[in-house]
Design a binder for this molecule. Sequence first.
Ligand code: CP
Length: 306
Amino acid sequence: MPFDHVVSINDFSNEEIMHVFEIAEKMLPAARGETASDLLRGKILATLFFEPSTRTRLSFESAMNRLGGNVIGFSDPSGTSFVKGETLADTIRMAEAYSDVIVLRHPREGAARLASRFSNKPVLNAGDGAGQHPTQTLLDLFTIIHEKGNLQDQNVVLVGDLKYGRTVHSLAYALTRFGAELTFVSPAQLRMPDEITSDLSQTATIHQTESLEDAVNDADVVYVTRIQKERFPDPAEYLQVAGAYRVDLKLLEQGKSDVIVMHPLPRVDEIAPEVDHSKYSSYFTQAFNGVPVRMALLGLVTGVFE
Ligand code: CP
């Protein structure tokens, strides 16, 4: 399947998404370290992280290493020529010269799209401000299929910061395309942006509420997000909504017995630790699934997989 840049989940057809998952499934033994692979030997991945990350950066690096490739990059732009005033375009031109694939996380919405215009090597969006996080969406969908069997007709409750949380923006688009039903739960100040809700409402049923208790009763998946403190222009506004929701066992026991809890992580206090080892928890498996899904993507964008 020939695709180059991965900027938005909307750049993928449903068939392409399912193709990524077919390959990711085959990558699972190598992702776990049970088998060795050198399919990307000689290839170099550049990880350019202008914002903090644990999972996205490390799982991309793990994916590249598991496929026998090499990784260069940075996790803190303060150690790069960005501090001397170098533009994103020039940084991308350098990464293009030194590597075969570029993974970019940047605080500015639209940065990955811009970067893709300056690079003939594939640029993978690892999160652009409050914009999108398409590779997270792919691993989220992969996880739901693994845990629930399919995406169609799943009642997915998206909880928390739906305004600034980029993972829920990409995920909401993808879930509606696959026939899932969505319920948005957030404080009024952090509702899903109107343009996204309006887009989605053209093809899907969307429910919105501030009551997590009501929403959980019929949920198949509860997808929890952190309130994105770093994106609030005014810290006082953050304090008004901090701690608005907390998912614990008492809440989950009111819902369906097979409901699962997901979270892109990192979490702060929105999921009680008691959920971690319960039957409901899927968030650590979800984080692991970043490795096989990103292995599939790296193989596809380098042309090693068809
Ligand atoms: N899910 C996610 O993007 O996590 P990191 O910020 O740790 O990469």
